[in-house]
Design a protein around this ligand. Structure first.
Ligand SMILES: CC(C)(COP(=O)(O)OP(=O)(O)OC[C@H]1O[C@@H](n2cnc3c(N)ncnc32)[C@H](O)[C@@H]1OP(=O)(O)O)[C@@H](O)C(=O)NCCC(=O)NCCS
Length: 219
């Protein structure tokens, strides 16, 4: 009987804590819809637009910590969605444009650990990391289970197939699939590399310089 009561008490406490965390998210970011159980770390470096949707159990780590000296940030443009169980590591800076769809279980990381050296046998030694920003432009669609590694830029209206590992920049309008992701077609033939439209270039839908200013303005 006592054990049951203790268990009920613990369950209730967990529910209350979760409700409080959820309420804190709603209060701090009223323009964002949060699913249940979203974890947002480094909230002062999270810069969402309007109508952003972050689905159940997504994990967003917007900043570095004692493990690095990188400030980091996660910018998410208007009406973009991040699917359930997706993980975003923003220590190197992640910029997501507007109207971007990110499926379930997608990993986007702007930092990665260096390989442990052969003579390094002390597990208490910290890992060393490299950082490089990730940019996902407007109207991109990242299917479930994809992994985006540091330094990659995914062009506007590009699509990444389910489970793909994106290790290089993907041009606008491209459909890229596989591990490593390769472009298999373009939704806008005129945008193929070397075409007239492609050579115009120079469109910066994310206004990245503004984003950089915004992130560096944060203490
Ligand atoms: C990317 C995707 C939409 C492409 O669909 P499609 O246009 O019908 O592509 P096709 O079936 O014509 O495939 C073309 C080629 O790419 C390969 N391919 C397609 N998707 C792939 C993927 N995710 N990973 C690796 N290869 C893939 C196919 O095997 C095929 O190869 P082949 O020409 O050697 O036979 C689809 O395959 C996909 O990944 N869907 C994921 C859906 C999803 O995650 N939904 C939930 C959130 S959005």
């Amino acid at each position: 009987m006592i054990k049951t009561l203790l268990r009920l008490g613990r369950g209730l406490r967990l529910l209350i804590n979760r409700a409080i965390r959820q309420q804190e998210l709603f209060d701090r970011f009223p323009g964002v819809i949060f699913g249940d159980g979203v974890l947002l770390l480094g909230a002062s470096r999270f810069f969402p637009g309007k109508g952003v949707f972050i689905d159940h159990r997504a994990y967003l780590n917007c900043a570095g910590g004692s493990w690095n000296k990188h400030p980091g940030f996660i910018n998410v443009g208007d009406n973009s969605e991040i699917g359930p169980y997706s993980v975003l590591w923003g220590a190197g800076g992640i910029t997501i444009g507007s109207n971007v769809h990110i499926g379930a279980h997608v990993s986007i990381t702007a930092h990665e650990a260096r390989q442990v050296l052969p003579n390094q046998t002390d597990v208490s030694q910290p890992l060393s990391f490299e950082f490089a920003p990730v940019v996902i432009e407007d109207h991109a669609l990242i299917c479930s289970g994809a992994l985006i590694v540091p330094g990659v830029r995914i062009g506007h209206h590009a699509m990444i197939g389910g489970g793909s590992v994106v290790t290089k920049d993907i041009p606008p309008y491209a459909l890229a699939v596989g591990c490593p992701a390769r472009v298999i077609r373009f939704s806008n033939e005129a945008a193929k590399p070397g075409s007239a439209v492609d050579s115009i270039g120079g469109w910066d839908p994310l206004n990245l310089h503004a984003n950089e200013r915004r992130s560096s303005a944060v203490p």
